[in-house]
Design a binder for this molecule. Structure first.
Ligand SMILES: *Cc1c(COP(=O)(O)O)cnc(C)c1O
Length: 481
């Protein structure tokens, strides 16, 4: 019997490894404001050079850290930096990285409550905090997921179980033409034909048209189909548009549709007074998707799904097996329904069984700082988006395409004599010129046929000074167009 204990590194060796990583991480984090907002020149060639056969022997970790921190990591979008205004930023609180180190090093099993009750409770506490933030009652519950896409997936599966018979193919889901594509994907993964998702036109503020929604539901019923779910946006990815949640919830109530609210971008603005006002009715959703890796600035891989009736989540996901440890207390109940709802066996509430202890990366920073700095940061981002909008309006030929409802503003440059195609090309060029200056990084989107540049302010590291830099760069780029 050959024995190899080289994987069981000594305490000293582990300490050295952690110290070496610590030095690299600190240098990386401290220089974030100086790093280019994106740098992918030569990145594909570098990436190709990383393909290699399975290594037979090891290499010194300093060599590997050199590779990572000098060659690999710099060749990317600086998503954690203050200048990242593209797509939906978040920033990645390093406090959460420390939480992950603890969670991974202790490697407890949180899929089943009985295996680590305290750890499961910490994660349940986190989902209860989220319920409090959105204004959900005590009957609500939820799970942490890997992100908004998986939250939306579990939400649609839950809605399907709750509102449709086992043969569900006539079930229709209503979204707006601004809804994130992860809903379409979730519907497909949940087994629906692509044609069962109805995209309702949005209005001039990119919010779902309520009368069109009612009309579509009536038409589907008349044709013998089964409307069962509607997805409302609490902050679209394109422009941060918030649907009229109260009006949609009224339709959902009357029509007995499951109301899912996609708050992956906007949901945590419920921490702010303005956000709560803009998203009035948030608590009326049967389910809500949130993305702590966006609105709470956590590292990627942290999403959440909250369900107003936690039992619905369990009925949709709970499957028992003989080889699992006993659930919750010492006696295993023989049905999912018999389990106590306050105690969380996460595998009965989600598609996952073995999984990381995600709760700690949320819990640690909130316990360390309290929720106030999160609230203040989100409020500041709302202010920064408004400030940027006012500055944009002062630039000749800039047209605001979407005023901020939350922290996104969409705009374009308009020059006389150009048709739509010409304008779209002009604005793609303008965006490239801004990004080439590497102080901010922005992305664009299509609003109908119009190419729009957007600023999405959401990283905890983005403050006034960087926004001023960004506006300077935009003004200079406009001069060149
Ligand atoms: C980001 C986003 C999603 C998808 O979430 P992931 O965490 O990227 O999977 C869904 N909906 C909206 C509105 C989003 O902004």
């Amino acid at each position: 019997m050959k024995e190899d204990r080289s994987l069981e590194i000594s305490g000293d060796a582990l300490g050295d490894l952690i110290d070496a990583a610590k030095a690299r991480i600190l240098e990386h984090i401290e220089t974030l404001p100086l790093q280019p907002s994106a740098d992918t020149d030569g990145a594909a060639a570098m990436a190709r050079s990383l393909a290699e056969p399975l290594p037979r022997r090891g290499r010194p970790y300093e060599e590997l850290f050199d590779l990572l921190f000098q060659r690999v990591i710099p060749k990317s979008f600086t998503t954690a930096g203050p200048g990242y205004l593209a797509y939906i930023p978040g920033g990645g609180l390093p406090q959460s990285a420390v939480a992950d180190l603890i969670a991974d090093a202790t490697n407890r099993y949180v899929g089943v409550y009985a295996a680590a009750p305290g750890l499961a409770q910490i994660e349940t506490t986190v989902t209860r905090w989220f319920c409090e933030i959105v204004g959900y009652p005590a009957s609500a519950g939820g799970i942490l997921t890997s992100g908004g896409s998986l939250s939306n997936f579990s939400a649609l599966v839950t809605a399907r179980w709750d509102r449709l018979p086992e043969n569900f193919l006539s079930g229709i889901i209503y979204v707006s033409d601004q809804t994130h594509h992860s809903i379409q994907k979730a519907a497909m993964l949940a087994g629906f034909p692509a044609g069962n998702v109805r995209a309702i036109a949005s209005d001039e503020k990119f919010r779902i048209r309520i009368t069109e929604l009612s009309r579509a539901i009536a038409a589907d019923r008349a044709a013998g189909r089964t409307p069962f779910a509607v997805v409302a946006n609490a902050g679209t990815t394109n422009t941060g548009a918030v649907d009229d949640l109260i009006a949609v919830s009224e339709i959902a109530r009357v029509e007995r549709l499951w109301l899912h609210i996609d708050g992956a971008y906007g949901g945590f603005f419920a921490l702010t007074e303005r956000g709560r006002r803009t998203m009035a009715g948030l608590e009326r959703g049967d389910s809500i998707a949130l993305d702590p890796h966006k609105g709470l600035f956590l590292p990627y891989g942290t999403g959440a799904l909250l369900v107003r009736d936690a039992g619905a989540l369990r009925r949709a996901h709970g499957v028992m097996a003989d080889y699992l440890p006993e659930m919750q207390e010492s006696t295993a109940p023989d049905s999912v329904e018999a389990l106590s709802p306050e105690l969380s066996d996460f595998h009965l509430l989600s598609p996952e069984l073995s999984r990381a202890w995600r709760g700690l990366r949320v819990w640690l920073p909130i316990e360390m700082h309290g929720i106030e700095p999160f609230r203040t940061n989100l409020d500041e981002k709302l202010d920064l988006a408004l400030w940027a909008t006012e500055e944009l309006k002062k630039i000749r030929d800039i047209e605001i395409l979407a005023e901020p409802q939350l922290s996104i503003v969409a705009f374009r440059l308009v020059r006389p004599g150009l048709d739509l195609k010409g304008l779209n090309a002009l604005n793609r060029g303008l965006m490239d010129r801004v990004n080439r200056r590497k102080r901010i990084y922005v992305s664009g989107t299509m609003l109908g046929d119009i190419f729009a540049i957007r600023f999405c302010v959401l990283s905890f590291r983005t403050h006034f000074e960087r926004m001023q830099n960004g506006l300077e760069d935009l003004r200079a780029a406009v001069q060149e167009c």
